[in-house]
Design a protein around this ligand. Sequence first.
Ligand code: HEM
Length: 481
Amino acid sequence: ILLFFNRRRRKPGEPPLDNGLIPYVGWALQFGKDPLKFLKSQQKKHGDIFTSHIAGKYITFIMDPTQFQYVIKQAKHLDFREFANEMASRTFDYPRITEAKFPQLRDNMHRIYKIMQGTALDKLTDSMMGNLQHVFKWKFSQATDWKIEKMYQFCCGIIFEASFMTLYGKDPVADGHKLISEIRENFTKFDAKFPYLVINIPISLLGATRKVREELIHIFFPNKMAKRSEVSELIQTRKNLLDQYDVLQDHDRAAHHFAFLWASVGNTIPAAFWAMYYLVRHPEALAAVRDELDHLLQSTGQKRGPNYDLHITRVQLDSLVLLGSAINESLRLCSASMNIRVVQEDFVLELEGDQAYNLRKGDFVAIYPPTLHKDPEVYDDPEVFKYDRYVENEKEKTTFFKKGKKLKNYLMPFGSGVSICPGRFFAVNEIKQFLAVILLYMDMEMVENKIIGQDNSRTGLGILLPNSDIKFRYKPRKFDL
Ligand code: HEM
């Protein structure tokens, strides 16, 4: 009863407040079950900005995408670092990097993210292409007739191994494929518990997760890292930086490498899966994208077929407009990362059209991109996969409108502003390369007719996983050379 009477009340100038019916829990159950449905029902009740009480937190949601930019630019009043650091240090088991004993560590790490852009990205992209083909040929060189496999497992196996080798290089002594598939199995076990760790469920309640996490961290201990060859410049530079901080223990350094591994494949695997799933489900889309790839090979004088190496540069990948559009379209449908900021001091959030709202210190402000990605005013038939939605006059389409206004942010799978994903260019290239290799080498068909849905357990955290795997079949393409 006390809790009920202590409920927060809306003060003048604040956004509409909805405490929900149950003290402390607030709207947590409805939000957890189907965030998009919950947010739309709150929007209908309160308008485009409102504060919902969810599991003890007050979260102000911004629903109008024409206003997103005004929130994104408020990096001083709306901070992301403390929140993200606390979550990452708990989940991956290293001390918070903002602690005074690690001066400038966070800023130095951010500087290193540049090695995922420009010419450094060219190198990473070339290395990924080589590794993808290496894994692909090793796995499928024997296939002559149709072979059936589960699609998620297929994507996971290829993307994990190729990304791991591209970033962390090779262990010259161990059997590479065997070692990496053992790491992948542990990674998948950890990943399944990742959403629970993020919401602060103690690791001791999560079965073998602590042991699995320790095993994953141990792969990156300095003595093991020192033995690896062909480590990417990105990881090597990160390693050198971590080595400069004497106060970090070997375990902490290794845990940082493990966290980066999670960031680099945790979302890329499901994103590659959905792009492949939608293309194989829509044969007309698959044919159009493959046609674009065949043309590129022809125009660059390359022979097609599993016995020939593919060379596709970053600039050529950028020119694949249909492939890029199909990937954007699948990202639109499967990404659900919540953009969260914490209010640093009581302040007035000014939005376009002379709107202003008082926000309280400690509250959260959130943008949930699916509200934009599934908005029928921005995207017609938002539930439908249209592979060429992001193409206009044979170029990438970047103009999408809401309330007659051109949107600055129309596709947000990679977050926004200060917390935008530094690996986004590499991620899109990897998915393009993966699809290019499988489309150019193989014919593919679904063997099950079921439509699969999304597993909402990682809503808010990135790309949603499918709620079940699905069988497909493939065989090498025949070429009339
Ligand atoms: C952060 C999405 C691939 C490295 C993020 C964030 C999102 C995201 C939404 C921000 C998290 C937040 O706001 O709390 C994705 C998606 C990917 C992808 C959808 C694939 C489709 C990658 C890849 C790499 C990477 C391939 C590296 C090779 C990172 C890192 C951060 C991050 C290091 C943390 C940045 C920081 O310290 O602030 N990613 N990501 N990501 N991502 Fe990605």
